[in-house]
Design a binder for this molecule. Structure first.
Ligand SMILES: CCCCCCCCC/C=C/C(=O)SCCNC(=O)CCNC(=O)[C@H](O)C(C)(C)COP(=O)(O)OP(=O)(O)OC[C@H]1O[C@@H](n2cnc3c(N)ncnc32)[C@H](O)[C@@H]1OP(=O)(O)O
Ligand SMILES: NC(=O)C1=CN([C@@H]2O[C@H](COP(=O)(O)OP(=O)(O)OC[C@H]3O[C@@H](n4cnc5c(N)ncnc54)[C@H](OP(=O)(O)O)[C@@H]3O)[C@@H](O)[C@H]2O)C=CC1
Length: 280
């Protein structure tokens, strides 16, 4: 299938990494980059969804590796594998991330650490590995795009993640300055509310039902709308973007309604907690 937006072959010769490429926004981005001729290496913790993404792409366009972005040795091995296979890395999308929804007073130290580790440390480990193993020593530079979250004033029920995304945005800004001498350009995409399977199935039912009403445009984002922005940034159109936080959210960042939001929290303002996932 061809891109609905960009010309064929736009990213020919480019090599991209997409973390969390087995589902949702990561899958949509990996497929769009592959359609445009890039060779795309995707990773995640589970092989099965990654293989499914690969099967949806043009033959040979996507390669798959299991890698937990929180684990330094796995990240190093993954990046080395990509370099061995493809010889270069032009673009990194740090998309793997997430959180669970919970009132802040119920976040345990372990739970807080888990979310910070995934979003901040995972993003940092992958960024550092790609920069030091290829973008800096090759003299070619490259582009790194991080995924964060809108609204920027944070989401009740996501204190850990709100803190983590702010950290990632400031990391983006400082590296865009410090690594400009290597021609490494960094951006962050602050995603609003997108209709991915995780959002639609994992979050409390009243949140799923009510969330589109918090968006001035009145609907959730579609994964392809995110993917098009990623492809644009990876293309020559994105060459002069660095240090920018690109918010894609149907105007969600600019709106604040009454608190607590009707239907999305109880009368005291307590956000709902999602159900514990069953333990194996
Ligand atoms: C107004 C509003 C509008 C709200 C409008 C809503 C808009 C939503 C906007 C954002 C949307 C998205 O990002 S959608 C995309 C979301 N995608 C994801 O989150 C995918 C990645 N997430 C994950 O893998 C998990 O959620 C995450 C916990 C981060 C990492 O998983 P792990 O397997 O590594 O960790 P686990 O072993 O499960 O958990 C480790 C510890 O974390 C804590 N923990 C984990 N899950 C928990 C849970 N459900 N409830 C309590 N605590 C939990 C416990 O302390 C756990 O320790 P023990 O107690 O010892 O077990
Ligand atoms: N959907 C939305 O509305 C919004 C999403 N975002 C962010 O966008 C990104 C994608 O979200 P979305 O597609 O909705 O959610 P998904 O849950 O579908 O995507 C998360 C992906 O990351 C992978 N992943 C999770 N933990 C790790 C890890 N430790 N190492 C490697 N891979 C990991 C998961 O695969 P596996 O479990 O196999 O490891 C999964 O493929 C996330 O960072 C999310 O927080 C931000 C704002 C809003």
């Amino acid at each position: 299938m061809r891109s609905e937006l960009f010309r064929e072959g736009l990213l020919e010769g480019k090599v991209a990494i997409v973390t969390g490429g087995g589902s949702g926004l990561g899958r949509a981005a990996a497929l769009e980059l592959a359609r445009l001729g890039a060779r795309v290496a995707i990773c995640g913790r589970r092989r099965e969804p990654l293989e499914e993404t690969r099967s949806l792409a043009p033959d040979g366009a996507i390669t798959v590796d299991v890698c937990d972005v929180r684990e330094e040795q796995q990240v190093d091995a993954f990046v080395e594998q990509v370099l061995e296979r493809h010889g270069r890395i032009d673009f990194l999308l740090n998309n793997a991330g997430g959180q669970y929804m919970v009132p802040a007073e119920d976040i345990t130290p372990k739970g807080f650490r888990t979310v910070i580790r995934l979003n901040v440390e995972g993003t940092w480990l992958m960024t550092h590995a790609v920069a030091t193993k290829w973008m800096i020593p090759s003299g070619e530079g490259g582009k790194i795009c991080n995924v964060t979250l809108s609204p920027h004033h944070g989401l009740p029920g996501m204190a850990h993640s709100s803190a983590a995304r702010a950290a990632v945005e400031n990391l983006t800004r400082v590296l865009s300055i410090e690594w400009s001498r290597f021609n490494i350009r960094l951006t962050a995409i602050a995603a609003g509310h997108f209709e991915t399977e995780t959002l639609l199935t994992k979050y409390p039912e009243q949140v799923v039902r009510g969330v589109a009403k918090t968006v001035p445009l009145g609907r959730l984002g579609r994964p392809e709308e995110f993917a098009w922005l990623v492809a644009f940034l990876a293309s020559p159109g994105g060459d002069y973007f660095s240090g920018a936080i690109l918010t894609i959210d149907g105007a969600r960042d600019n709106w604040f309604g009454p608190y607590p939001p009707p239907g999305l929290a109880d009368e005291s303002g307590k956000p709902p907690a999602e159900a514990r996932r069953p333990r194996a």
